[in-house]
Design a protein around this ligand. Structure first.
Ligand SMILES: C[S@@+](CC[C@H](N)C(=O)[O-])C[C@H]1O[C@@H](n2cnc3c(N)ncnc32)[C@H](O)[C@@H]1O
Length: 289
């Protein structure tokens, strides 16, 4: 498994994660449920974290279980959603930890699959899905500050994706996975592990000329709203990358403060409470066994 502070930092702040991370739009859930064929009995949510994604799908299935190897995330998940089941299982160890082959109608993964060894996880997911069962996973990549344009985009890239700052905690594979909206070899992986009927959407991919590209006219995974810099800072502080940085740079000023003050200055944001319009860059994939 790639190393992440969700697992390696004992007191990762999962409460804060739950408070500040966005949920997912009903249009995405409708799209995935509309794609799904056959019974809706069993679902597992890989990398369920605090259960934000599990709860959205649980109402559509007779039995839904959130799986995550992080005890700290699972503690919060069980507290927030006592009516749901959660188990300590990583995406690469489904069958080894007792999930039966061909037993799942749907497997989902929200903002999580990049923490798995993708080859192992795809192989495991294919094994536990029934014939024609659905595998869907999705990601928000980054917020695009639509009135601030390139300066805001580039600062985010600098602090989140590059080796200079918090991006140094990502592997080259993970960075490629996010910045190419699924990875240049993703279709090869679907084919290799026996998935078919691939469908995907990309929303708000930032292009070099400063425009945002979306490959569907009415995207199902559009996340938009307003955020002020105080809340944006809390979002940055909920990253596993941030936790790793703080662990390794205990004597330096808070990296989130540095990021946000540079952001405020370079993007000419008047105050920390000024609402800023954002649209998230997102993508998702659906396929069948
Ligand atoms: C960004 S969170 C996503 C949580 C949740 N799905 C959501 O939408 O908020 C990523 C999660 O992946 C989990 N994770 C890390 N390594 C994993 C692995 N090998 N298999 C499954 N999940 C993993 C982390 O513990 C963390 O809870």
């Amino acid at each position: 498994m790639p190393e992440t502070s969700y697992l390696t930092v004992k007191n990762f702040d999962s409460e804060r994660y739950h408070e500040v991370r966005p949920s997912y739009p009903q249009s995405l859930i409708n799209k995935i449920m509309g794609y799904h064929e056959g019974p809706c009995k069993e679902l597992i949510d890989i990398g369920c974290g605090t259960g934000i994604s599990t709860t959205l799908f649980a109402k559509h299935f007779e039995h839904a279980v959130g799986l995550d190897p992080s005890e700290s995330m699972l503690t919060v998940a069980k507290e927030k959603y006592p009516e749901l089941d959660f188990e300590s299982i990583g995406g690469e160890e489904l069958t080894a930890k007792g999930i039966k082959k061909e037993s799942m109608d749907m497997v989902i993964g929200a903002e999580a699959l990049h923490w798995c060894d993708l080859d192992k996880a795809f192989n495991e997911i294919n094994q536990v899905l029934r014939s024609s069962g659905t595998f869907a996973f999705w990601f928000y990549v980054q917020p695009e500050f639509i009135e601030l344009g390139r300066a805001a985009h580039d600062l985010y890239v600098k602090y989140c994706w590059t080796d200079e700052y918090m991006g140094k905690y990502l592997t080259e594979y993970q960075r490629n996975f996010f910045t190419t909206f699924g990875g240049t070899d993703i279709n090869g992986k679907f084919a290799k592990y026996g998935f078919k009927d691939i469908y995907h959407e990309i929303v708000n991919e930032f292009k070099d000329d400063g425009t945002l590209f979306t490959n569907k006219t009415e995207p199902s995974f559009l996340m938009k709203g307003e955020i002020n810099l105080n809340d944006f800072k809390k979002f940055v502080q909920s990253w596993s990358l941030y936790t790793s940085w703080v662990r390794d740079h205990p004597d330096e000023p808070d990296i989130a403060d540095k990021f946000i003050s540079e952001f405020q200055e370079q993007c000419h944001v008047k105050s920390m409470t000024e609402p800023l319009k954002i649209e998230w860059a997102t993508f998702y994939y659906m396929c069948r066994k």
